[in-house]
Design a protein around this ligand. Structure first.
Ligand SMILES: CC(=O)N[C@H](C=O)[C@@H](O)[C@H](O)[C@H](O)COP(=O)(O)O
Length: 228
């Protein structure tokens, strides 16, 4: 299958819904064939794009879907809090496995490889670059570096208590600054995802509420328990 052009990728996901197919780490659904099935089901359901973690999962998925894929590789490093695609080799491997877009952590935290080298590498590999940011300052810096997409992905995840609501203000501010904005993080219902687009997001990604079955079941189980 021939690779989509960069403008086709952005056009396809614009105002679209992205399904992040990331099962709970090490859980019973954490298997490449299950991730690939989630991805296919997401395409059947109308997703405009996918977010897939891990090279094996990406390889298993790519042959079965035609919509753009955002590839990431998560690592737990001993000397850095940065988890999302920390190394240049990860970028190369995700590109080879068929990612159209590669996302990296865009936060201003100690990291093994500088973000300038990451965006350059993503573009050299022929992919679009997405920065997973936690605040406006980081988003603007990543925009300046040439990232094609800036996400609110890391807002609420760099310290302190995780808020219940998505970070709408960050989405609005990034949009006002002229970024192509991916609303991401805690958009746990169709209404919240719709709100993301209404407030200016160019696309919205949802993960836990679709593909982390243990979380979804616990939401229902706890709600039912609380009625007893
Ligand atoms: C903070 C972080 O590491 N976010 C990760 C990035 O890939 C995923 O764990 C999230 O599931 C994804 O961003 C979608 O968000 P939500 O699961 O809230 O719909």
């Amino acid at each position: 299958m021939s690779k989509l052009s960069h403008s086709d990728v952005l056009t396809q996901i614009t105002k679209g819904f992205i399904s992040s197919c990331q099962p709970v780490d090490g859980g019973p659904m954490d298997k490449p064939e299950i991730v690939a099935a989630m991805a296919q089901a997401s395409q059947h359901g109308g997703a405009a794009g996918l977010r897939i973690e891990g090279v094996e999962n990406l390889k298993a998925t790519r042959p079965f879907v035609t919509i753009p894929i955002i590839g990431i590789k998560k690592r737990d490093l001993p000397d850095s809090p940065v988890r999302i695609t920390p190394f240049l080799q990860d970028i190369e491997d995700l590109a080879t496995a068929g990612a159209d877009i590669i996302a990296v952590d865009g936060t201003n935290r100690p990291r093994p490889v500088d973000i300038e080298s990451a965006v350059k590498k993503i573009h050299e590999c022929g992919c679009l670059a997405m920065a997973d940011c936690s605040n406006l300052e980081e988003g603007l810096y990543c925009q300046k570096l040439g990232f094609d997409i800036v996400g609110s992905t890391m807002s609420g995840y760099t310290g302190g208590e995780i808020p219940r609501e998505p970070d709408y203000q960050l989405v609005k501010d990034l949009k006002a600054a002229g970024c192509f904005v991916m609303a991401e993080g805690r958009y746990n219902t169709p209404e919240l995802a719709k709100t993301a687009i209404e407030i200016g997001a160019d696309a919205v990604t949802v993960g836990s509420a679709l593909t982390r079955l243990e979380h979804i079941v616990s939401w229902f189980a706890n709600a039912v328990k609380s009625a007893n």
